[in-house]
Design a protein around this ligand. Structure first.
Ligand SMILES: Nc1ncnc2c1ncn2[C@@H]1O[C@H](COP(=O)(O)OP(=O)(O)OP(=O)(O)O)[C@@H](O)[C@H]1O
Length: 231
């Protein structure tokens, strides 16, 4: 089976913060796999997702995504690869505050012409996704993102990640602000979208009950060592 993500001998330290080092000797995720990633707070789950997305670069080792060694790309090419092939739901959402939810979702496609081409009417697709996530059309079309609750913003961030069926979906605690019913609806949609696109899914969550829906569960402590030195 083809690997969607391969990490080898990776070591990473945030610039200027030598207290924390994340080391991942080996991590392989195969195409189409749905991986659930658990781990204690502060151990480096979000850091690992940043490395996979090419947002940060390891000081040592290789990160290969969809057959591409991220270190071999210029920063602009890494940004393009991320926009085209990876749907990212960031822990802090990273939405534009003064744009509408719809504008936030469609903006993603302006950086990703391949994803755009897979769609007929992009606005219809955005509204289909947001409706499936329980958001009202009028809110999506007319509200400013700052007016949305945290749970609503999380759903907008999810729709932005899913639009255009990216091959890889990276989700950092995407259900943390949702109530139990919304969590179930969200996970159902996430799984359906991943399956429809044959996408690989890596999701971080503290809620171990969600693990049942995934092919594999990993605790970060079993694949990585985290060094935390007192500063
Ligand atoms: N942008 C950043 N700049 C500097 N240090 C950072 C940055 N992001 C995270 N860190 C540090 O890296 C370490 C790991 O953080 P990370 O967010 O990856 O952990 P986590 O396992 O995702 O935590 P949580 O479960 O609480 O979200 C922490 O010591 C954190 O302070």
């Amino acid at each position: 089976m083809k690997a969607a993500i391969e990490l080898k001998d990776v070591a990473f330290t945030w610039q200027g913060r030598t207290q924390f080092t994340l080391s991942v000797p080996n991590l392989d995720v195969v195409e189409g796999e749905k991986l659930f990633l658990l781990g204690q707070s502060g151990t480096g789950k979000s850091t690992l997702l940043s490395l996979i997305c090419g947002i940060t670069q390891p000081q040592r080792g290789t990160v290969v995504v969809d057959g591409v060694d991220l270190a071999a790309l210029r920063p602009s090419a890494r940004d393009r690869l991320r926009a085209e092939r990876i749907g990212v739901i960031f822990q802090m959402f990273n939405l534009l505050p003064y744009a509408s939810p719809l504008e936030n979702i469609l903006l993603q496609l302006s950086f990703a012409p391949e994803r755009r081409k897979r769609l007929g009417n992009a606005q219809d697709e955005a509204l289909r996704l947001t409706a499936a996530l329980g958001l009202d059309d009028q809110l999506v079309l007319n509200a400013q993102t700052t007016e949305l609750s945290i749970g609503q913003q999380q759903r907008v961030a999810a729709a932005r990640a899913l639009i255009g069926r990216p091959q890889l979906i990276i989700a950092d605690e995407p259900t943390s602000a949702l109530d139990a019913n919304s969590q179930t609806a969200f996970l159902d949609l996430l799984m359906a979208q991943a399956e429809e696109a044959g996408a690989t899914l890596v999701m971080v969550s503290h809620d171990a009950r969600l693990a049942n829906s995934f092919d594999r569960t990993l605790d970060l402590a079993d694949i990585a060592s985290t060094k935390r030195r007192a500063s």
